[in-house]
Design a binder for this molecule. Sequence first.
Ligand code: GRF
Length: 210
Amino acid sequence: MNICVLASGAGSNFRELVRSSENGLITSQISLLITNNSDSGASIIAKDHGVECLHISRKKFCTISDDEFSAMFLHELVSRKIDFITLCGYMKRVPQTVLEHFRNRIINIHPALLPSFGGKGMYGINVHEAVIRSGVKVSGITIHFVDGDYDLGRIIFQKCCEVSDDDDAFSLSEKVKKLEHQYYPVIVRKFEEGSVSFAGDRVTVEQTES
Ligand code: GRF
């Protein structure tokens, strides 16, 4: 696959996908990063690894209409023959035309077990603080399709970790990051192999026999 990553922040998941492509864990090429934040860590990682980086934000293109902005966004992807999109900490809404064009080919990773601890305001350390406050005994990661609203797409994959009595938001975020870095490339690989199928809202990921 020819993958575009959308990222706004540090970009550690983006880096992990790039590394996975470089070391053959995934066969796709990560050929484009789109960031809304020209100062993002992700854009530095892109530069270091020779990945093309586009800075596209509504602020930068404030004179064009929403429709023109969406069309431009989609054009950048289609003209580069991008056929799969992974969100890695992308803090903006993906334009509707892009969502429609890439239906079933655009995924996100969330640092908790959806449908809990998702939605408005649930990003970064806020998520882990909410998890700790709630007293739940497990947290983890969710990889899901991006279908529309934040964190509401069909769930593809989840993995749990324990929330220990002595965990705080920071130690929990470390545990969850480890899971993200381990499993995001694995799930991309499942898409490459055609091992992800869906019926209605249920998504199935075929397990590889060992
Ligand atoms: C990750 O925790 C991811 O789950 C969420 O945003 C964070 C991005 O982290 N969607 P990074 O920029 O990849 O380090």
